[in-house]
Design a protein around this ligand. Structure first.
Ligand code: PMP
Length: 396
């Protein structure tokens, strides 16, 4: 066993020999395994049984625009947003996807015009979520193309008319955790908002997001990345129809078994809260997911900042605090990733530097940024996080 059950105090010399230096820890992916102990404790209440004869049909609700969306999942999604207050749901169509990864592509396809020879440009402000570029480049679509950093984007004109473009806005942002708005602001812009991290454990919920296309996922809200369920709240009926068509052509719908499981997971979260006189109260310390998640993330950020402070080899972003309507008190931003800079002139490539210390991260270049930066996942297991903190504390 390479991981001490309790980390030693954070002083530079107590760490020296506590963890074998050859254990490679992979903090490149944002795999949300830190939430497993919480869900383990919920036991039967978060468990479902699907019998052999159940969920066999392709269809879920033929009256719905998204006819493969399970009604129970739709209900849970609406209730969860109502509870948390992070998104307007009135007048929206829900489109379910195999993760929000599928929905980002579905939304881009739905917004891309079919009647032009040139693919539509898709941009995101750097540092942007690396998969947008990776997925776009991989597909080499004829209808859209990744056009990079939104700040550097020059709006195109054809015959005196501005060409449409798509901007992806991730808020809070992956990798840096900051709250964002669109930056291009052209008259022909269509905007997709990725709210994967707009949940109380990562950032204060200041108002319900009220955008035309909003993406969410259980991967980052409850930590069920393996269930592969995301959802889009879409204002425009035609856009919702085209997104649905994309998913039909791709995968003829979305796993019903996963939808049923996701619905039950969301119900478990919802039923751990009650409203008393307009105030949201938890029903119990362990069953109260967002409170637990918030404490977990706070502790991780506190430990990371302490560790980084020892040798000042690295720097981290500072976040303003704001009143969180859901928690009912001021709260700070504590992102799922630490957007970390290697300080000092001698380190050009922070990813390679950390790799030499057996810490795998994702380097700045993947996000359209400087290689002096890396994105470090803070969502891994406690034992790996302990190793990471020990190791970071010892780099001088
Ligand atoms: N958007 C953002 C900003 C993400 O960070 C992620 C996951 N890393 C996704 C979308 C994709 O999530 P999913 O697992 O739902 O496909």
């Amino acid at each position: 066993n390479t991981s001490p059950s309790k980390p030693p105090a954070l002083t530079s010399d107590t760490h020296k020999s506590s963890v074998p230096s050859d254990t490679v820890i992979n903090f490149d992916h944002g795999d949300p395994t830190l939430f497993i102990p919480f869900w383990r404790r919920t036991g039967e209440s978060s468990t479902i049984v699907i019998k052999g004869w159940q969920s066999m049909s392709y269809f879920s609700d033929i009256k719905s625009v998204c006819w493969f969306l399970e009604p129970g999942l739709a209900d849970s999604i609406l209730q969860l947003h109502h509870l948390v207050g992070n998104a307007e749901t009135e007048g929206r169509h829900i489109v379910v996807g195999t993760g929000s990864s599928q929905l980002f592509l579905a939304a881009v396809y739905a917004l891309a015009p079919r009647d032009t020879k040139e693919p539509i440009s898709v941009v995101g402000a750097a540092p942007f979520y690396s998969s947008y570029q990776a997925a776009s480049d991989y597909l080499r679509s004829e209808v859209f193309r990744w056009a990079g950093d939104a700040y550097a984007f020059e709006r195109e004109r054809v015959g005196g008319e501005e060409r449409p473009y798509i901007e992806l806005v991730t808020s809070p942002n992956n990798p840096d955790g900051f709250t964002r708005e669109a930056v291009v602001n052209g008259s022909m812009g269509k905007i997709i908002y990725d709210f994967a991290y707009y949940w109380p454990h990562y950032t204060p919920i200041t108002s319900p997001a009220d955008k035309d296309i909003m993406l969410f996922t259980v991967s980052k809200s409850t930590g069920h990345a393996g269930t592969r369920i995301g959802w889009a709240l879409v204002k425009d009926l035609e856009v919702a129809k085209r997104m649905t068509m994309f998913i039909v052509l791709n995968t003829i719908g979305v796993s019903k078994d996963s939808q049923l499981r996701a619905a039950n997971i969301l119900r478990t979260v919802i039923s751990s809260y009650e409203r008393k006189g307009g105030i949201i109260m938890g029903r119990g310390a362990y069953e109260n997911f967002f409170k637990h998640g918030h404490e977990l993330m706070s502790k991780r950020w506190e430990r990371l900042r302490q560790a980084v402070d020892i040798h000042k080899r690295f720097s981290l972003p500072e976040f303003p605090s704001a009143f969180c309507n859901f928690l009912g008190r001021p709260s700070s931003t504590q992102p799922a990733f630490a957007w970390t800079k290697c300080e000092g002139d001698e380190i050009e490539d922070c990813e390679a530097f950390l790799k030499s210390h057996n810490i795998l991260t994702r380097g700045g270049r993947s996000f359209g940024w400087d290689p002096k930066y890396v994105r470090i996942s803070l969502l891994d297991t406690d034992s790996n996080f302990d190793i990471f903190i020990n190791r970071i504390s010892n780099i001088n």
